[in-house]
Design a protein around this ligand. Structure first.
Ligand code: IPM
Ligand code: SF4
Length: 463
């Protein structure tokens, strides 16, 4: 029998029809939707007079443009209100479960899915959102789709999908103190760039991954798309099962053991073929921070921004020159002592309970710098509730952080949380593109630990 990767196994289990000359048609187990990329899909269904094939396999949440200071839909600005109300109306009309603003399950779609136990090993999961790769941390095949594909999935519960190439990234070595999964994924993207993953599904393995919590694995898979990959995937194991057990939508009782048995078969065959294999040693990894406008422009806090003469081509030099101008930085500069205006702890990369615990451990009984504004936006109502149960909100508020309601928030600034021109932000999100957090805003990606340190000192210091 042909040896297969985990990705190939899940793909094969979901093929409905495949012919040599055609793109395979696969079954979709779970479809997640949010207010931004779904309205046009519903509209087209309406125009074509179509119904939804399996409305109970789609779940909706409100996340991208929800306010984080209050939860009053009446007070939301016009465009956002239209999108949120449209989502409500569509879900009602098409009989889809919607976790609206006031619902206890509401949250960023990639935080909500796993914590509700909607995300399960071996599933095919899609959402009109690029960071759907996050769910791959559970050993599911999960990827972002476009709005016309959202329409196709709603109407048929299937999707045309070509087969991807396979990449294996083996992560090993000793993880130093204060080094987190965010440092690992940023360090990895620095070493392989933002395009190496194009056309591939990346399986992460190795001792470092095996020892990671589910929250940390999600951070890694979340950013697999930032290396160009279609998705990331991690073999499910006892850590996965411990996380899932008794979550809301997870199969219970005798069904649970049936599923665990099935999930245990979800692994790449030994010595199966990968188109690319990468080995990444984290033993010398230090806290990472981006200096540029793509996630591969990263250094560790003790390094300096590269000098232009180290770059090979003229066009690279020109691009980096423009990037540095945008970021208000100079070639060869150290980021130590660079003042920050904002700290944003949040996004589907780093807004889970584990992230908030790390921030709390840094800022407990300390005051943040008066020179900046710092906000904490939990990934979901559940995360918020748990944090409050543990008293973390009190620690945050006492230290000067603002404690907000869940949503995407300053990750992309679709609501009222955005940077003013030239403001510099220490952000735990996943994208530092120009204007991402606000027009002319300057984003530095990093771990929650480093962002919390910057909140205390108002700048980056040597640790
Ligand atoms: C709005 C949405 C389509 C978008 C995405 O797909 O990623 C957003 O979530 C982002 O992170 O930029
Ligand atoms: S938190 Fe950011 S990256 Fe994640 S889904 Fe929302 S906007 Fe996209």
């Amino acid at each position: 029998m042909k040896k297969k990767t985990l990705y190939q196994k899940i793909f094969d289990q979901h093929v409905i029809y495949e012919d040599l000359k055609e793109t395979p048609l696969i079954y979709i187990d779970l479809h997640l939707i949010h207010e931004v990329t779904s309205p046009q899909a519903f509209e087209r269904l309406r125009v074509k007079n179509r119904i939804i094939r399996q409305s109970k396999k789609t779940f909706a949440t409100m996340d991208h443009n929800v306010p984080t200071i209050h939860q009053n839909i009446k007070k939301i600005k016009k465009d956002a209100k239209i999108q949120l109300k449209t989502l409500l109306k569509n879900c009602k009309e098409f009989d889809i479960t919607c976790f609206n603003l006031k619902h206890p399950n509401q949250g960023i779609v990639h935080v909500m899915g796993p914590e509700q136990g909607l995300t399960l090993p071996g599933m095919t999961i899609v959402c009109g959102d690029s960071h759907t790769s996050t769910h791959g941390a559970f050993g599911s095949l999960a990827f972002g789709i476009g709005t016309s594909e959202v329409e196709h999935v709603l109407a048929t519960q299937t999707l045309y999908q070509k087969r991807m190439k396979n990449m294996l990234i083996h992560i090993f070595g000793n993880q130093k103190n204060n080094i987190f999964s965010k440092d690992i994924i940023l360090g990895l993207i620095r070493s392989i760039g933002t395009e190496k993953g194009v056309g591939h599904v990346v399986e992460f393995n190795g001792s470092v991954i095996q020892n990671m919590s589910m929250e940390s694995r999600m951070t890694v898979c979340n950013m697999a798309v930032e290396m160009g990959a279609k998705s990331g995937i991690i073999q499910p194991d006892h850590i996965t099962y411990a996380y899932l057990k008794n979550k809301n939508f997870v199969p219970k009782n005798y069904e649970w053991s049936f599923y665990v048995k099935k999930w245990n078969t979800l692994k790449s065959d030994s010595s199966c073929f990968f188109d690319q294999k990468i080995f990444f040693d984290i033993s010398n990894l230090l806290p990472q921070i981006t200096w540029g406008t793509n996630p591969s422009q990263v250094i560790s806090i003790s390094e300096k921004i590269p000098s232009l003469h180290t770059l090979k081509t003229q066009s690279e030099k020109e691009n980096v020159k423009k990037t540095l101008e945008y970021m208000g930085l100079k070639e060869g500069q150290s980021l130590i002592n660079l003042p920050f205006d904002k700290v944003f702890i949040g996004s589907c990369t780093n807004s889970r309970i584990e992230d908030l615990r790390v921030v709390a451990s840094v800022v407990k009984n300390k005051k943040i710098s008066s020179s900046l504004e710092a906000i904490i936006v939990p990934g979901s109502k559940n995360v918020k509730k748990q944090a409050e149960k543990e008293g973390l909100d009190k620690i945050f508020k006492k230290s000067g952080f603002q404690w907000r309601h869940p949503g995407c928030s300053m990750c992309l600034g679709m609501n009222d949380d955005y940077l003013k021109p030239y403001q510099r932000c220490a952000s735990t999100s996943n994208r530092n593109f120009e204007g991402r957090q606000g027009f002319k805003g300057r984003t530095h990606l990093m771990s929650p630990w480093l962002a919390a340190q910057i909140a205390l000192y108002g700048k980056c210091i040597t640790f």
